[in-house]
Design a protein. Structure first.
Ligand code: ARG
Length: 588
């Protein structure tokens, strides 16, 4: 059960009964424990609209509120707040419901089809840290949405088309002409970064090669068989590389999720036709543009969305417009409708904000997307080095993802060895893998995505603070209670009697029961950091409980209830980390 929403609904009804229909109750977790568990702040706003005394309205709302089954105390406070304290009985019953439920009592909101567009690297080069945030944030959002019961369509909109491929194909064909068996080409492709560097160097220094590259682009676009072959060869190698990165990161993006820019290429002329038919196209300096009033430059001059360049080439925006047909188009007779999405999320860095605003506006104006479909750019800030500048290698190069993940594991291995030298090496390696990768992911996910964040190995690998190792360690510690305690069956799902006699037990219970509302907020706002923040608070509540309430030394029903609290906490941590794409370990 989503507690916050339930209170919001009940108090909303009470507000309506008190003469303020449609006023939101604005329920939030209480700022301080002495105010109870939740507070409702909506009365003041409603009183303002009604031009009435907020304190009096609060009394009326209180009289109309039906909260007997949930709360033991509801009190007006200050200028018109309502403080709500949940009842012990209610908490105990709800815990039992969560304990017996594999989904930890999370509701299933009305299921919608959600497309999550994430990762989307450009295939010309190896994946670097610039792709990390989109890949990690997008994957966490997809997992959370899926868990909430939505139909999630993952889309990897890779950059696999465009002029830079001419240069790469020309370079590849050189290798193939030197060694027709393809052996040399394969060797060169095994280091994509180096391959790109060499091709670019040749392009910059060799006019004949540059001409050949440009000719390749034309051949490729004209559907020339041998160009397409080389292009496919390059694309395959590059995609395999991405898949290795996804595997290593534990990111659930497979080859079936790849639909790159090339996929939409054939439909771009139709996009232009459709825009033209709606009277949206105008020519400006030889280019085809859409001008919309809401987009203006600094001096108020109209800002065009260019959909076809004067040389006939299409643009990034044109491709995204075509992709919207497939994702959200409704009722088209030509088959360009795949998913009929209700909601589409684009996880890219914030610098693409204008691009998406423009694409969304044009798509709506052109009728490609109906009104009920939510189009959302899930933007994020930059990853910075300790110097506050964009994250780079010591020598100023871009950091390859594979190298960075290798370093994460190596550093974690040192730590694990320091902490648990007695464990056999293969086990330490396994722990280091989960901790290292988990640390990198959690460091990113725990930040509000809108802001830039400073990448710091020491911080993310610390066993203290809001970090993956801290959460993984908290989990392993709870699991160790079950190893130590004799005669405790590893309970699994069971109907336990909970008994919340101590304040620390109660505080832990409230946190445990806030899992569903946390997930729903994270999904609605596309903010995985809300789940991290929740985890951190949950771990804190658990520590408070564990320090104040003996578990194995307790007896009878108290012992059983406390063990059940431990178990539910462990499962909630594990599920939350899993939804963030992070592994847990039984022992660390
Ligand atoms: N390839 C793009 C980039 O590297 C990201 C693609 C995002 N998705 C989209 N539908 N435009 O910036």
């Amino acid at each position: 059960m989503n507690l916050r929403k339930t209170l919001e609904e009940r108090l909303g009804a009470a507000l309506a009964a008190a003469g303020a229909p449609g006023s939101p109750a604005v329920v939030k977790p209480a700022a301080r424990a002495q105010f109870g568990d939740y507070q409702a702040n909506g009365v003041m706003g409603a009183a303002k609209t009604l031009k009435t005394n907020p304190r009096q309205l609060a009394e009326k709302v209180l009289a109309a509120a039906r909260l007997d089954d949930l709360a033991e105390k509801v009190e007006p406070a200050g200028p018109g707040f309502l403080n709500i304290t949940l009842s012990r009985m209610f908490l105990e019953t709800q815990l039992a419901v969560a304990a017996c439920d594999e989904r930890l009592a999370a509701d299933t909101p009305a299921s919608r089809t959600v497309v999550v567009d994430y990762s989307g690297p450009n295939l010309a080069k190896e994946m670097h840290v610039g792709h990390l945030r989109s890949t990690i944030i997008g994957d966490a959002l997809a997992r959370i949405l899926e868990f909430l019961g939505h139909r999630v369509v993952r889309q990897n909109h890779v950059g696999d088309w465009g002029t830079q491929f001419g240069m790469l194909i020309a370079h590849l064909e050189q290798a193939l002409s030197r060694d027709p068996s393809g052996g040399q080409a394969d060797t060169e492709l095994s280091d994509l970064e180096e391959f790109y560097r060499k091709a670019k160097q040749q392009f910059d220094n060799d006019a004949d090669f540059a001409d050949a590259s440009r000719a390749e682009v034309v051949k490729l676009q004209g559907g020339d068989a041998s160009s397409l072959d080389s292009w496919r060869r390059f694309r395959e190698v590059s995609l395999r590389h991405c898949e290795q990165v996804y595997d290593r990161l534990g990111v659930r993006l497979g080859s079936a999720d790849v639909r790159g820019e090339s996929y939409y290429n054939d439909y771009l002329p139709q996009v232009l036709e459709a825009l033209g038919a709606k009277g949206l196209l105008s020519e400006s300096q030889g280019a085809q543009c859409v001008f919309l009033d809401e987009f203006q430059g600094k001096d108020g001059e109209p800002l065009p969305v260019i959909v076809r360049k004067s040389d006939g080439g299409f643009l990034y925006a044109t491709t995204d417009l075509a992709a919207l047909w497939f994702r959200a188009g409704r009722g088209r007779a030509d088959g360009l409708v795949d998913w009929q999405a209700d909601r589409i999320l684009y996880v890219t860095d914030s610098r693409q904000e204008l691009h998406f605003r423009q694409v969304f506006a044009v798509a709506r104006r052109a009728g490609f997307v109906s009104e009920g479909v939510s189009l959302e750019h899930v933007g994020f800030g930059m990853m910075l080095g300790a110097d506050g500048k964009p994250f780079k290698t010591r020598t100023g190069g871009t950091v390859k993802l594979m190298d960075m993940l290798g370093e994460a594991e190596a550093r974690a291995f040192e730590l694990v060895t320091l902490k648990s030298p007695e464990l056999p090496e293969p086990q330490r390696r396994e722990i280091a893998r989960a901790v290292g990768i988990g640390a990198v992911k959690y460091a990113d996910l725990s930040q509000n995505r809108a802001t830039d964040y400073v990448f710091s190995w020491d911080k993310m690998l610390s066993l203290e603070g809001n970090t993956a190792p801290y959460m993984q360690y908290a989990y392993a510690r709870i699991r160790s209670i079950f190893r130590k305690g004799e005669g405790i069956a590893d309970c699994g799902l069971r109907n336990e009697e909970f008994s919340l006699g101590e304040p620390a037990e109660r505080a832990l219970a409230v946190k445990l029961l806030q899992f569903p509302e946390t997930l729903e907020s994270a999904a609605a706002e596309c903010l995985p950091n809300l789940l991290c923040q929740y985890l951190y608070e949950l771990a804190g509540a658990f520590m408070g409980f564990y320090e104040n309430c003996p578990v194995l030394k307790a007896e009878g029903e108290t012992r059983a209830s406390r063990l059940a609290l431990c178990e539910l906490t462990a499962r909630t941590i594990q599920k939350s980390l899993d939804l963030l794409g992070i592994e847990t370990l039984e022992q660390m």
